[in-house]
Ligand binder design. Structure first.
Ligand SMILES: [Zn+2]
Length: 294
């Protein structure tokens, strides 16, 4: 399952296949109790769709998730905190449950079966409601000391900048997420982020300028992370990927300009996630599979 800022996606997977045999999506509710109910309902529906029973549950969820499967804090789900999701789902279904951060899950999905396949050093950046991150180091998903590593959306790129739902100001995700594109677009007189992408696709000069400004913000964060981590590949996920080269081409250009010593190091490929919106759910399943096999 993939729990996003706006929707919960449940895929039913059987055996070793990554091809879903059942699927369900429901809106993400704005409370902890509601979230547990929605996840449970979506899981049951996906299993029903597949004509199967639930043998285990794996979910990628937003924000800070500890190694006990507790959702500690999620900037974009302000009414969900200290939610013991793993235990609650386990009590309910009496099956093994694995909970991880959504972008960690997406990163692992892309690393095992997607655009980062085989890369031992990979950075995943998801551009959605917020900006999520997953880091693969030496072939392993890097979780940090408390399971909370990779929260790349909340490093500050603009001192005293735009207010973030995490409580700080000027966080990267306020400038580089899908929601941020919407804000930048409206400031430039467009109706929405989608409207800018459409106008840019038709060659509109003003829209192309907005995308240029936006992708520069995205590239600033990615270049800083690449300076720190030296990844073999950066995989971009989230809804914005659907804009394709309209976003990726200027993003690559800015990234190459902003990374340290760009002319003196191998180019870091920036690839769109190949599992698309399923990356988080499939990645969660792959994480659970490794973990349940032990
Ligand atoms: Zn923040």
């Amino acid at each position: 399952m993939d729990v996003g800022g706006t929707k919960v996606l449940a895929l039913a997977l059987h055996g070793d296949s990554l091809e879903p045999v059942g699927e369900c999506r429901v809106p993400t509710p704005d409370s902890g109790d509601g979230l547990v109910e929605s996840i449970a309902a979506a899981a049951l529906d996906a299993a029903k769709d597949a004509g199967a029973k639930i043998g285990s549950i794996a979910a990628g969820v937003p924000g800070l998730v500890d190694d006990q499967g507790v959702m500690r804090f999620a900037a974009n789900l302000p009414n969900v905190s200290e939610l013991a999701l793993r235990d609650l789902l386990h009590d309910r279904f009496d099956v093994p449950v694995a909970i991880d951060n959504d972008a960690n899950a997406a990163a692992w999905g892309e690393r095992v079966a997607g655009a980062g396949e085989g890369a031992d050093h990979m950075l995943m950046v998801t551009l959605g409601t917020g900006v999520g991150g997953g880091i693969v180091l030496d072939g392993h998903l890097y979780r940090g000391a408390h399971g909370m590593a990779g929260e790349i959306g909340h490093f500050v790129v603009q001192l005293d900048g735009v207010q973030c739902s995490c409580g700080q100001r000027g966080c990267w995700e306020k400038y580089a997420s899908g929601s941020a594109l919407g804000r930048i677009a409206r400031e430039a007189g467009f109706e929405s982020g989608e409207a800018v992408v459409a106008a840019a696709g038709a060659g509109g000069a003003k829209a192309l300028k907005v995308l240029d400004q936006f992708t520069r913000w995205v590239a600033i964060g990615m270049a800083g992370l690449a300076n720190t981590l030296d990844p073999a590949v950066i995989v971009i996920g989230g809804g914005l990927v659907e804009a394709g080269d309209l976003l990726l081409a200027p993003m690559r250009q800015h990234f190459n300009d902003l990374i340290e010593g760009g002319e003196h190091r191998p180019e870091v490929p920036i690839r769109p996630a190949s599992l698309g919106e399923r990356a988080g759910a499939i990645g969660a399943a792959l994480i659970a599979r490794d973990f349940l096999d032990k």
